[in-house]
Design a protein around this ligand. Structure first.
Ligand code: ZN
Length: 130
């Protein structure tokens, strides 16, 4: 199943909000034609996103009523992952768990930390400035 452009853009808006809130800098994250651009106006990174939805999110049996949420989760996960990778390439570590000071991962719409014990930190789009 092909990823939906509107869903990827909505995910980019959520990740951008987290990025701005936690860094206090005017970063933008945008997706156009499966190309994700992360920039603060000075540093810019552009990466190509996979066109296909992650199999695990759409593997049967998926109830039609769950599919929407699964596709949102897929979009959040790929955009969050790629933004974090893009920032790493730019020499920045983001996002960092406020408690354990280590870079968080993203899974099904949540930022998680695998510090001393695995814990979910915040929903993507709701990360608080630490
Ligand atoms: Zn942590």
């Amino acid at each position: 199943m092909q990823r939906d452009a509107d869903r990827l853009t909505a995910a980019a808006v959520r990740v951008e909000a987290d990025l701005r809130r936690t860094t206090g800098r005017p970063w933008t994250c945008s997706v156009e034609d499966f190309a994700l651009t992360v920039t603060d106006g000075v540093l810019t990174r552009r990466v190509e996103l996979e066109h296909e939805v992650e199999e695990a999110f759409v593997a049967p049996p998926v109830e039609p009523r769950d599919l929407e949420a699964d596709l949102d989760a897929d979009a959040d996960e790929v955009v969050a992952y790629e933004v974090s990778e893009a920032l790493t390439d730019l020499g920045l570590h983001w996002p960092v768990c406020p408690e354990h000071r280590q870079v968080m991962g993203s899974c099904t719409g949540w930022w998680y930390c695998s510090g001393e014990t695995y814990h979910d930190v915040a929903e993507i789009g709701s990360l608080q400035a630490g």
